[in-house]
Design a protein around this ligand. Structure first.
Ligand SMILES: Cc1cc2nc3c(=O)[nH]c(=O)nc-3n(C[C@H](O)[C@H](O)[C@H](O)COP(=O)(O)OP(=O)(O)OC[C@H]3O[C@@H](n4cnc5c(N)ncnc54)[C@H](O)[C@@H]3O)c2cc1C
Length: 226
């Protein structure tokens, strides 16, 4: 959880929005404000600033507190920081970035993704009309990631544990591809190649209209986010 009076004025209007988190440079305790070169945010020594994108899971405007849920994966600036951060550790945030406007007229919804998409999926479930039928498909690499999601009365949640050696996103993509019928509107997010595979499935194999599908690559295997 992040906190501080600097959060005053931050407003999150829609679910599945984003904020950018500026972390201390490798090995340092305090953040260093980067400069925008026209191409990237750079630290004084020329290194790219450690900035990562997360879903603002909960914002408490009264106490100026913001909760982020950060996946602890092998290694990465944000994951490493989240593993070792102690109360009082300094970071900065900017945002918010665009959220998702739920189509309340859709007959039903499919929400899907991996662990990185869980905070957004949880918010979407909370924001959905209570009568909306929702199929939720979540892939996890660790059973500990099986979090309690918002208890929507018409949501059916299915969890898939990724088997060793399988590509990230393969379990959830395979599950969605094997559905007989797809709901009227779709929101999916996760590893970029898996999301691209699903995009192809929705548009090429199923002939869905682009207007009913939102598919967001949240991270890319083998590449640090910028
Ligand atoms: C709009 C948006 C919202 C997001 N919301 C969240 C959120 O709420 N919670 C969250 O945890 N992530 C979220 N992400 C994804 C997050 O930004 C990336 O996972 C980011 O790369 C993590 O930074 P890092 O410093 O830990 O790893 P990086 O330095 O970026 O990457 C280091 C290595 O780790 C791999 N890696 C990165 N992320 C993962 C992962 N999730 N699982 C396995 N390997 C990974 C990379 O492929 C790379 O090889 C969101 C992304 C976007 C675009």
């Amino acid at each position: 959880m992040l906190g501080g009076p600097e959060l005053a004025g931050l407003e999150i209007a829609l679910p599945a929005a984003s904020v950018r988190l500026l972390l201390p440079p490798d090995g340092a305790d305090a953040i260093v404000m980067p400069t925008w070169t026209g191409n990237q945010f750079e630290l004084p020594g020329g290194d790219r600033a450690p900035i990562r994108t997360f879903t603002p899971r909960r914002l408490d405007t009264q106490h100026h507190e913001l909760t982020l849920d950060i996946v602890l994966h092998d290694t990465g600036a944000a994951s490493d920081w989240a593993r070792s951060a102690t109360p009082g550790a300094e970071v900065a945030i900017s945002g918010p970035g665009r959220g998702y406007a739920i189509d309340t007229a859709a007959p039903s919804y499919l929400l899907g993704g991996d662990e990185s998409a869980l905070p957004a999926i949880d918010q979407l479930l909370e924001a959905m009309p209570p009568t909306m039928p929702i199929d939720v498909h979540v892939e996890i690499t660790d059973a500990a990631a099986r979090l309690d999601l918002h208890p929507h009365p018409h949501a059916r949640v299915r969890w898939y544990e990724l088997a060793d050696g399988r590509d990230h996103g393969d379990a959830v993509a395979s599950a969605i591809e094997s559905l007989d019928d797809l709901p009227g509107a779709i929101w999916v997010a996760g590893e970029a190649a898996a999301v691209q595979r699903l995009r192809r499935h929705f548009f090429d194999d199923r002939g869905l209209s682009r207007s009913v599908v939102t598919a967001r690559g949240y991270w890319k295997l083998g590449r640090s986010a910028t």
